[in-house]
Design a protein around this ligand. Structure first.
Ligand SMILES: [Zn+2]
Length: 477
């Protein structure tokens, strides 16, 4: 019997990996083995340790990977899979491949840095601490990526084919529709990956990709994300409040610091900022986009104009490349990055990492947090246990580079920038399905979020919904 096994993002929001095994006899591995996503576990140690475990079948026996999008919790384990012996194709859309080209090497670099840090601190029980994979290994793994266009049917065997459709989550993001012949019958499986916003850009600001996930789906089995299964995003346009916060900060002689992931979130914020400046709602003060990946990320972003919504197309037609905007500074060397600290002129600093777990944002916050004239604006999710979470939750101080830094700056958070549909949006999308799937498995959610979404879907749609368990195998009947 063909089955799906949940190797990650079951009981948690990271480590997405779902194995399809098409073998008709469960005791043999003679069928096709296809991995949908190959994500890294992040967050609590209990989950991160699973990054070191082997796949339940040898990596070299996996025939192909189908990758929904370029977030690390969906693609970050690819270099490790290749290190373990995988040599098959990794199918992804062209923008996803471009984004992986900067995200995976950066991840390898961070893995090496972490191992080095643990070895210096002698904090690891493994001596010496080793990186999960290196920068070179991440770069080597990119050769297995193969482009598949949206709506192109890719046949992997006489029994199995798949097709990418739009998920509207981030640039290049897709859902995978899989068609599988098992026991003489055709079955349609839908792997949603992460599902983007259904609502328009006023309440999902900066949303660049097509307006909403693909509607009118039909499937026998759905494997679906549930990140915001128990939350509702605010529905008001954040730009007036954002503009007011920036204006007030500038009036009191302060600077604005925005921790943001270098890919996607930073570009969204820059476009919004540009609009606010051009419309006179925010003064034209210097903007520093201080992330080593920022230029490449902007270039990839501009290359894939086919991904834009009409509003984004219009914005780019009007303002051109952010790399050319007067007053917007990119390509900062480490020395230039530190020089921003000496600047007494109010400015806006957008830097990574988005949850202040590392990167140049740490220097900027260390310098600016003690001054009450400054403002820190959070536009992304802050996971518990991160410095970003500590700062956002109103703590009086935070430890950065081993030093206690007092927090006196104003702290503001906007929840509207999420790239994930919330519960009402998910239900709205699910209502467009043309028939009830026989089974739906919820993945990519904390247990409480998944359980609440399961209950909402059962009540609202009458679907048969289960929360997937880690390593659980479910038959495709
Ligand atoms: Zn994602």
């Amino acid at each position: 019997m063909a089955y799906i096994q949940f190797l990650g993002a079951a009981g948690t929001v990271t480590g997405s990996k779902h194995l399809i095994n098409t073998s008709s006899d469960s005791s043999s591995h003679s069928g096709l083995q296809v991995l949908i996503d190959c994500g890294m576990f992040q967050g609590p140690k209990e989950w991160r340790e699973r990054n070191w475990q082997d796949t339940p079948i040898p990596a070299r026996e996996i025939d192909a990977v189908v990758l929904t999008h370029a977030h690390l919790d969906h693609c970050g384990w690819i270099p490790r899979l290749v290190k373990e012996g995988f040599r098959g194709p990794i199918y992804a859309t062209p923008p996803t491949i471009d984004l992986c080209g900067i995200i995976l090497p950066d991840s390898g670099h961070l893995q090496e840095e972490d191992a080095e840090f643990y070895n210096k601190q002698k904090k690891s029980k493994h001596t010496p601490a080793l990186p999960l994979y290196t920068l070179a290994e991440a770069q080597a793994s990119l050769q297995y990526l193969q482009a598949v266009q949206f709506n192109e049917v890719k046949k992997l065997s006489p029994e199995l084919s798949f097709c990418f459709v739009r998920a509207a989550h981030i640039l290049g993001s897709s859902m995978a529709e899989v068609t599988l012949k098992t026991n003489g019958q055709m079955r349609r499986l839908l792997f949603t990956g992460d599902i983007g916003r259904v609502r328009d850009r006023n309440v999902a600001p900066g949303k660049v990709v097509h307006s909403g996930p693909t509607e009118g789906e039909t499937a026998d089995v759905v494997v679906m994300e549930s990140t915001y299964g128990n939350r509702v995003h605010p529905t008001d346009d954040p730009s007036p409040q954002l503009a007011a916060v920036i204006r007030q900060t500038v009036e009191r002689g302060g600077s604005v610091i925005v921790p943001a992931f270098a890919v996607e979130r930073t570009q969204k914020f820059l476009f919004m900022l540009k609009e606010l400046m051009e419309s006179g709602q925010v003064p034209k003060i210097p903007v520093y986009c201080d992330s080593p990946m920022a230029i490449k990320a902007v270039e990839i972003f501009l290359k894939h104009s086919e991904e834009y919504s009409d509003e984004t197309k219009e914005l780019i037609a009007r303002y051109g490349s952010p790399l050319e905007w007067p007053g917007f500074n990119f390509a900062l060397s480490p020395v230039e990055s530190k020089q921003i600290n000496d600047s007494k002129v109010p400015s806006i600093i957008v830097s990574s990492s988005g949850m202040v777990t590392g990167g140049r944002i740490q220097h900027h916050l260390m310098q600016r947090l003690p001054d009450p004239r400054n403002t820190v604006i959070f536009i992304g999710f802050q996971a518990p246990g991160t410095r970003g979470f500590t700062i956002k939750s109103g703590a009086p101080e935070v430890k950065i580079f081993g030093e206690i830094v007092p927090i006196r700056a104003q702290i503001v958070a906007f929840e509207q920038f999420s790239d994930h549909a919330d519960t009402p949006e998910l239900l709205q999308w699910l209502h467009t399905f043309t028939k009830k799937p026989a089974a739906t498995y919820l993945v990519h959610g904390e247990p409480a979020a998944s359980a609440q979404l399961r209950d909402a879907m059962t009540k609202d749609l009458g679907w048969n919904v289960q929360v997937a368990q880690w390593m659980e195998k479910v038959a495709i009947e």
